[in-house]
Design a binder for this molecule. Structure first.
Ligand code: PAF
Length: 282
């Protein structure tokens, strides 16, 4: 496995590969790998001739008071994992190499980047869309794999890839959970023991809603009430950022489930902001 730190060098290799018909699979990450990341790498590895993993804590997707400087990091452990999973290139761009000082070009998908995470993180998806576009242009992959934990992010990336005619197929990687149901995330590292013990109830609350849905409840306000009342009892350390039911493709809120809805949540537990989502499909 080669570790590359220069975007220009990465682009040179990838242009050559694309011309030779070598199929590249890309897994963009911010590092501190868990089983969710590793699974994305396995999916990309199986489909592609060459696997590229990028590791870049993208500053433009963090707000002023967010955890950019505290974001957990373990480059050595990550390199070992990527190598063990058959990566050909680990791209860790050197400081300052991804954005020129006078960087001025942004990719935005406002139709999908509203509501949910955008309410408390208004510039987040502009940063994600821009860096993902840059990574897709640098590597011109046949496939790029993104986790379903960030459902809104995935919808935005699919749309920008289609709208900008990028020559890449976007693949969904399933959300991977701890045994007690907590969605895996690098930010789970922020949880104290007490917070971690309660954090399992985030998904358990959604399951309480899913049970009511199974029993025939279709009214979103009533489903939300079931979930909130479960959280109130079992997740007192949690502070809701949002709890929404959305159309899985358009990300528009739904009020009654007539076909397919995705329950999407973000809850602060201590320093961690935990995301989860679940299908409510008829
Ligand atoms: O999901 C992430 O880890 C990041 O948002 C991504 C897609 C790597 C862009 O920085």
């Amino acid at each position: 496995m080669q570790i590359i730190t220069s975007p220009a060098e990465l682009q040179k290799i990838c242009l050559q590969w694309r011309c030779e018909g070598v199929k590249v699979g890309l897994v963009p990450t911010m590092g501190y790998f868990h089983e969710g990341h590793k699974n994305l790498m396995k999916i990309a590895r199986e489909k592609s001739d060459k696997l590229i993993v990028s590791l870049f804590v993208n500053p433009t997707q963090f707000g002023a008071n967010e955890d950019l400087d505290a974001y957990p990091s373990d480059h050595e452990g990550d390199a070992n994992d990527a190598r063990a999973l058959g990566a050909d290139i680990l791209f860790i761009p050197k400081k300052g190499s991804m954005y020129a000082e006078d960087h001025a070009t942004w990719v935005e998908v406002p139709q999908l980047a509203k509501g949910l995470c955008s309410v408390t993180r208004p510039t987040h998806f502009r940063g994600v869309s821009t860096v993902v576009t840059k990574l897709l242009i640098l590597t011109l992959p046949e496939y790029a794999v993104f986790g379903e934990k960030d459902w809104q992010q995935l919808a935005i990336i699919r749309r920008l890839t289609r709208d900008l005619n990028l020559p890449t197929t976007i693949i969904n990687g399933p959300l991977i959970r701890e045994e007690d149901g907590l969605a895996m995330s690098s930010r789970n590292a922020y949880l104290t023991q007490e917070e971690r013990a309660q954090a399992k109830h985030l998904n358990a609350g959604i399951q309480a809603g899913a049970e009511a849905f199974k029993q025939g409840e279709r009214d979103v306000e009533k489903l939300k009430a079931v979930i909130r009342s479960y959280w109130k009892e079992h997740l007192p350390l949690g502070k809701e950022d949002y709890l929404e039911f959305i159309d899985p493709d358009s990300i528009e809120p739904v009020t009654t489930i007539t076909d397919k809805a995705r329950c999407a949540v973000a809850v602060y537990v201590g320093k961690a902001r935990l995301l989860d989502n679940w299908p409510f499909y008829l």
